[in-house]
Unconditional design. Structure first.
Lengths: 214, 709
């Protein structure tokens, strides 16, 4: 029987595939009874949604006896892809960053037009990225990234989190300020040539997803 | 949950600023999902340079601008790496293109002062815009502040002003020509900027162009400073007010109500906010309004239109038309407080400005009530953590300058309930109101207070850092102007007392923290108690109406003497004595009313200026104020021509409130400096400290006291 699994905060498809011992996410996508594969970004799961994990058949190998065999187990590969911008949508002037994934040593990364792409353990839930300011009068920015915690953009929560990541507004604690939220939405709508409504209508959410990258 | 680090931009030590820490949820991917992260735009602090720091309808910064500008230095020290950007604002009177220019001129005026660019001031001087003309009164203000008396500040460059220019030239090592030539102007501008733009130590303070957001790269100040035209008012009148103000005779009233909208605001931007100067959305101070409209809220045009009720940004959050400005401004608002730690006693005021007690709301209730209006009350917020209910508590209120407790300024017998200090009888936070005896509230000496809370064996103090003035309670000096509105006649047709009252109120309001109450009385009969409730605990009081001399025996109006310029004789009996009074409606107010301690709980502390006919004819009225503690009274012995009366009042208040910040010691000096041209037509009289021959050229004015009686 397929297993019903309730998605926990921070979970993403690659992480689940790894936990299940799968080589990648394809098995879940192809065998899931859900419409996961129809989603534009099936990687992203919302906490609380139910995922149908298909029954997995054991892999069978026919191997000759009396010989040594080398079996390579494929594991899912996860990546962190981030572009560091200014709040005005231009690439940051910063060129150097230091990334510390949870439980790992820090590693230096260079940013090309603000872009950072690196492999990450699928189970890694946190990473600290220190973006070095090239200007002594400007501070470094320390990003405490919560990996996999970005929820899908159809929800207001997901759309607002993206606007915040894009620099349209400030801290989590301030999400409750309706003026700041509305300013963020209208500024985004203005920047993208959408009709100014101040609300998260479907067109706006779709555009947020497109601009943000998922 | 961790949020943006509160200290971003702060730099306790030298070197690079502290990092900004931002927590962000991101997507992980096996394929192509990407994330974009950008540090948000935010301000870490702001300083308003209010309209009242500017000469009326002008971009010239008055001497009183010091009080705004001296707040910049401590913030610049605290947020050393935070770049500065300035926004100028105009009110909605006039069209938006003109207002864009005017707001641009104001913001350039402030920018020039901060970085000492006298060439910007020279450009403003050379090119007047409408009423914004630097070639008259501004020159006189500058000379006056620098210690060279230019005579009346009336915009007419006469002999006295030229003499002051000569004095300044000599003092500055320039040829003493008396002509305000370019090199003299440059020296005058520079000296004046140094005088008004100081740190809290009183020493000249300036910023470098590189301290600004655009780094001073653009000759027109892109991102360094910009004008918002009329698009971001902090007050939008109601439809009814707008209609009332549209009459030409109500121009002064309209300008008075709009004063808060004319201002310049300085923002310190978080240095972690990475700004690409070319992408900064605001048009330059010299550009038109098209770029502004693009950034309007979707309902921006409606926000600027009067609605059924008057609106204030602070309360209704719907008067800024520009989304970008509001976004920036709201990030500079103070955030929530951290939790109180065990053992800590945290003391704060519920607000930072409070008026001394007046008995009535404004406009005054008839009859006056005993209810104390909200603007007089401040709550004392004392919080604890883990302290047992019922623990005894006591709060003392102290003057922040001297550290001395204020008279009768302690609240005993308080107790802790639910980690709050409350009054046991109400269970609510204790409240405090200020009375005259808890003064003095000298304007120039910053009437700032803090509190010490004793809870059990612990104690806590509200902040009292005089360097930043943050979280100190300021008792706003209340200046009252009263007119007898039923004596009003249209402008140009004799008395226009209400209009004059608003004009004086506008001049007095050179410090926005001053409470200015301008009260037009419409009643024919005004109870003495109503008058008393209006002037109670006030700092200064200006009256515009009729004045008279009345018989002490039968109340009859005294007849003028043969010359027709003073009342001398009772029509019923020449042996009757008279008394000086002012009139509100049909009610005479003089010595007996002033002495009535029940109806008039306290009199104005420093000045009573009775701008009426003959109320200074004999001294009983003035003496009644002096006997109760008012420092000075100004009145007139003759029937006064309206134009002269208004002009002398303007001259007096421009110097006293704007140049000398209502310093009571300066009242005689200012009186004797502005009154001489009016001796012949009005016989101005000064009563009280420094009067009677204390000043050189006006001595006969005071000496004439009683001579006509």
């Amino acid at each position: 029987m397929p297993e019903q699994r309730k998605v926990q905060p921070g979970e993403h498809l690659t992480g689940i595939a790894e936990e299940l011992g799968l080589p990648d996410t394809k098995t879940i996508l192809s065998k899931s009874a859900d419409s996961l594969s129809k989603r534009p970004h099936p990687e992203m799961l919302n906490p609380g949604e139910t995922l149908t994990v298909p029954d997995l058949e054991p892999l069978k190998f026919t191997l000759a006896t009396g010989k040594r065999h080398k079996l390579t187990i494929q594991r899912p590969k996860a990546k962190l892809r981030v572009t560091f911008d200014t709040f005005q949508g231009k690439a940051t002037a910063a060129t150097d960053a230091e990334v510390t994934p949870e439980g790992k040593p820090a590693e230096k990364q260079s940013l090309d037009s603000g872009k950072l792409e690196m492999k990450i353990a699928p189970a890694c839930a946190q990473a600290l990225v220190k973006v070095k300011s090239p200007d002594d009068k400007r501070p470094d920015v320390h990003w405490r990234l919560k990996l996999g915690f970005l929820v899908r953009s159809e929800s207001d929560e997901g759309a607002l989190a993206r606007l915040r990541n894009l620099g349209y507004y400030r801290a989590v604690a301030r999400d409750a300020d309706p003026r700041e939220r509305r300013a963020a939405i209208e500024e985004f709508q203005f920047d993208q040539g959408l009709t100014l409504s101040g609300t998260l209508d479907d067109d706006t959410k779709k555009k947020i997803e497109e601009i943000y990258g998922c | 949950m961790a949020a943006d680090s509160p200290a971003a931009g702060a730099s306790p030590s030298a070197g690079k600023p502290e990092p900004m820490v931002i927590e962000a949820p991101v997507a992980v991917t096996a394929t192509d999902e990407g994330n974009i992260l950008a540090a948000p735009l935010r301000a870490v602090a702001s300083v308003p340079v209010e309209d009242t720091r500017f000469e009326f309808d002008s971009s010239f910064l008055l001497p009183d601008a010091t009080r705004s500008l001296e707040r910049v230095a401590p913030l610049h020290q605290r947020f050393a790496f935070a770049p500065v950007t300035l926004f100028g604002h105009a009110d909605r009177v006039g069209d938006e293109t003109y207002n864009k220019k005017l707001s641009g001129r104001r913001v350039r005026s402030v920018y020039a002062t901060l970085v000492r660019k006298t060439d910007i001031w020279e450009e403003l001087y050379q090119n007047p815009l409408g009423a914004d003309n630097w070639q008259g009164r501004p020159v006189q203000y500058m000379l006056e502040l620098l210690g060279h008396d230019p005579g009346p500040i009336d915009g007419a460059i006469g002999d006295k002003t030229k003499k002051a220019v000569k004095e300044f030239q000599t003092a500055s090592g320039l040829p003493a020509t008396g002509n305000l030539n370019p090199s003299t102007r440059q020296a005058l501008f520079a000296a004046y900027m140094d005088a008004i733009c100081t740190g809290s130590d009183g020493q000249p303070f300036k910023l470098a162009p590189a301290d600004f957001l655009g780094h001073g790269q653009d000759p027109d100040g892109k991102a360094d400073y910009q004008g918002c035209s009329e698009f971001n008012p902090i007050f939008v009148p109601s439809k009814q007010q707008e209609k009332d103000f549209s009459a030409p005779s109500r121009k002064n009233q309209r300008d008075y109500a709009n004063a808060p909208n004319r201002r310049v605001t300085l923002f310190f931007i978080d240095p972690a906010s990475e700004v690409v100067v070319g992408d900064w959305p605001c048009p330059k101070a010299t550009e038109g309004t098209a770029g502004c409209h693009k950034r309007f809220w979707s309902d921006g045009d409606n926000r600027l239109k009067p609605a059924d009720l008057p609106r204030r940004q602070r309360e209704t959050h719907d008067t800024y038309a520009c989304r970008f400005y509001e976004r920036l401004a709201l990030t500079a608002e103070p955030g929530e407080l951290d939790a109180v730690r065990p053992g800590e006693v945290r003391a704060r005021w519920s607000k930072l400005e409070v008026k001394p007690v007046h008995n009535s709301t404004f406009p005054p209730a008839t009859p006056p009530t005993d209810a104390i209006p909200e603007d007089c009350k401040v709550e004392l917020l004392v919080d604890t953590q883990g302290v047992a209910d019922g623990t005894a508590a006591r709060i003392e209120i102290l003057n922040a300058q001297s550290g001395a407790g204020v008279s009768e300024g302690a609240l005993d017998n308080l107790e802790v309930r639910g980690d709050k200090v409350v009054a046991p009888d109400t269970g609510e936070r204790p409240q405090w109101t200020f009375e005259a005896k808890q003064g003095p509230w000298e304007e120039w000496d910053k009437p700032l207070f803090y509190m010490v809370a004793h809870v059990g064996d612990s104690q806590g103090e509200s902040p009292h850092d005089l360097g930043t003035e943050e979280d100190l309670l300021r008792v706003c000096p209340v200046l009252v102007t009263i007119s007898d509105a039923i004596a009003d006649t249209p402008a140009g047709g004799g008395l226009t007392t209400r209009d004059e009252m608003y004009e004086i109120g506008d001049i007095e309001k050179s410090d926005p923290a001053r409470g200015i109450y301008s009260i037009p009385f419409n009643q024919a009969n005004v109870p003495t108690a109503l008058w008393g409730s209006v002037i109670r605990n006030s700092y200064a009081y200006h009256q515009t109406s009729h004045g008279d001399v009345r018989c002490r025996i039968d109340g009859a109006q005294f007849k003028p003497n043969a010359a027709g310029n003073a009342p001398t004789v009772c029509p019923n009996d020449a042996s009757h004595t008279g008394r000086s009074v002012l009139f509100i409606g049909d009610t005479p107010i003089g010595d007996a009313e002033t002495s009535d301690v029940t109806a008039v709980p306290s009199v104005p502390r420093y000045l009573v200026y009775i701008n009426t006919c003959v109320a200074g004819w004999e001294p009983s009225f003035a003496n009644a104020f002096l006997a109760r503690g008012t420092r000075n009274v100004i009145a007139f012995q003759m029937y006064i021509p309206d134009d002269d009366a208004r002009e002398m009042a303007r001259q007096f208040y421009r110097k006293w409130t704007q140049v000398f910040r209502c310093d009571p010691e300066k009242i005689p000096e200012v009186f004797y400096s502005v009154s001489p041209p009016f001796v012949g037509s009005m016989k101005p009289v000064l009563f009280g400290d420094g009067a009677a021959g204390a000043g050189a050229d006006g001595a006969d004015v005071a000496d004439a006291l009683g001579a006509l009686a």
